[in-house]
Design a protein around this ligand. Sequence first.
Ligand code: ZN
Length: 340
Amino acid sequence: MLDKIVEIRKDLEQSLETIKTAKDLEEFRGKFLVKKGIIQKLFEELKTVPSELKPQIGKEVNILSKFAENEYNRLKEILSTSSAETSYIDTTLPGRTSYKGSFHPVRQIMEEMVEIFKSIGFDVAEGPQIEDEFHNFDALNFQPDHPARDMQDTFFIKTPGDTNNILLRTHTSPVQIRVMKSQKPPIRCIMPGRTYRNEAISSRSLAEFHQIEGLYINKDVSFAELKATMISFSKKMYGEDSEFRFRPSYFPFTEPSAEVDISCYLCKGVGCRICKNSGWLEIAGCGMVHPNVLLAGGIDPNEYMGYAFGFGIERVAMLQTGIDDIRCFYENDIRVLQQF
Ligand SMILES: [Zn+2]
């Protein structure tokens, strides 16, 4: 029996020398270490050994068994670490991408505009999106028969004609009235926010959109200051080399009123698809606050005057991003949004 153990030990040591892979190791285990393996058989044969020889032979079988197990574990560890080190990297596999969230492009533009106005001395004010007819129309000098009051243009929550008609604000201008009522001049603030109009949805208009309104009230405010503010803002937003023009316009709440155009920054005034070949882009409406609006806000128009302006944020965002269909902003197509 002792000779047999020596034979098996030789065989086992030879087998160990040939182990190069995990498969070789598994074969080694199958031969020596499993239940029906060579070493287990030795333990079974031990039962037939005369009892006076049992301690000596038993000791040898145990030494062999321990040796085989230890060698198996040692090789297993070596093979597992070396296989990790030399594992093959398939460079043709697509990489694992981690997705980074970002603000919506309209929000980004709004923040950018707010920051520019803050840098030239404007505070930020906000007001409710659900307004009454007084703040949305009456106080802003809209005549009772103004077409904007029609249900086809405005989302009324209560029927027109009821006292205190409730509606979704059609512009951010009612915040002007709320600011005038709650603050004493001088007032210098901007009012960003969401607005609603009962518009047919198309590539150029939505029923829900955003505006930034600006208001400055003080003694002796001039149209020249309004121009300077609009130009200063636009140069920061569109670049120092931008050119401007002010066109006469009409809004119920300002007199005189103007619309502001900047030279198209894409074609530098030559004419392109974005500016419809005119070389100019319309960016804002503005004017001197109408005395009736000051009165409605509780400010004496004989003592104070002011200017106001308003930007459509989606409009600015379309020009900035080159997106020519306003609906793209709200279709939540990740391929569009992740570009910003
Ligand atoms: Zn152009």
